[in-house]
Design a protein around this ligand. Structure first.
Ligand code: AMP
Ligand code: MG
Ligand code: MG
Length: 252
């Protein structure tokens, strides 16, 4: 029997057909309506990680060319339980850029971050120390606790953080050396490569939350995608790693 709670009536079947190609929805046709029913695969498999740490940097930018060095201006992390996929804790800090201290109108329009949100905020070194404290307080540095960062694309941890840390001679904690690119996990699960975060939402039956290119809102959407991909039976694996010359070992 089809429960009302899982039925959505829609006069348009175009989107539904697209999603159905992905095996995400089951369709039943009645005159002028499409009955959309969530597929039964909401079984989350046992994962290889205790926690997923969803991270999304926002950084100084301009059009047509980004400033050099690019600097992180927003650093949010969501701690997501590896069994329930619920958010358990949040780190969120706006960061004051050093070299290009004035945000461009383009950057403010893109990210929603205005000058007053970064002025007087800690610089990147202090912010990374606060991340470390948050990781410690949240039990994420304890031996035997397995966690991994989750980003949309490889830019955050392969490009942005290493380039800024190299520029300012800042050691990079080793926990930033591996991550899951949610686009790759989505692709492994659905067979479709997404160009960005937004195109992953609709096929998974998700609605966009908040403001696109706000770091914290992007994290919330990525966390929703993570959970939806897990509900399709996906078991997440590390998709990216990097080795830095200047790292901070947890044993130091
Ligand atoms: P996102 O996580 O997609 O919000 O983007 C992260 C950062 O990438 C932004 O804070 C910008 O620094 C840069 N960025 C994203 N989209 C653009 C764009 N269209 N033009 C220039 N920089 C961008
Ligand atoms: Mg991003
Ligand atoms: Mg973002």
């Amino acid at each position: 029997m089809i429960s009302h709670s899982i039925l959505k009536l829609s006069k348009s079947c175009a989107r539904t057909a697209k999603a159905a190609r992905l095996g995400l929805l089951v369709e039943l046709f009645i005159p002028n309506y499409t009955v959309r029913m969530a597929s039964s695969s909401s079984e989350i498999k046992r994962q290889n990680f205790d926690y997923f740490l969803v991270l999304d940097f926002e950084a100084t930018c301009d059009n047509p060319k980004n400033p050099f060095p690019q600097e992180i201006i927003e650093l949010p992390i969501l701690k997501v339980n590896g069994q329930t996929f619920e958010v358990e804790s949040q780190f969120h800090q706006y960061v004051q850029p050093r070299v290009h201290a004035e945000l461009t109108p383009f950057c403010t329009e893109l990210t929603g971050i205005i000058q007053e949100m970064v002025d007087g905020q800690p610089h990147i070194e202090e912010t990374l120390q606060s991340v470390d404290k948050w990781m410690l307080e949240n039990g994420l540095l304890e031996p035997g606790v397995k966690s991994v960062f989750v980003t949309c694309g490889d830019w955050d941890l392969r490009r942005m953080l290493p380039s800024q840390c190299n520029h300012f001679n800042i050691p990079i904690p080793t926990y930033f050396n591996k991550w899951i690119n949610i686009k790759r996990a989505f692709s492994d699960s659905t067979g479709m490569w997404p160009s960005g975060m937004i195109p992953m939402l609709e096929p998974l039956g998700l609605r966009h939350q908040g403001r696109h290119h706000s770091g914290i809102d992007d994290c919330k959407n990525i966390a929703n995608i993570l959970k939806a991909v897990a509900e399709r039976g996906h078991v997440f694996q590390v998709t990216g790693t990097s080795v830095h010359l200047m790292t901070v070992s947890l044993d130091d």
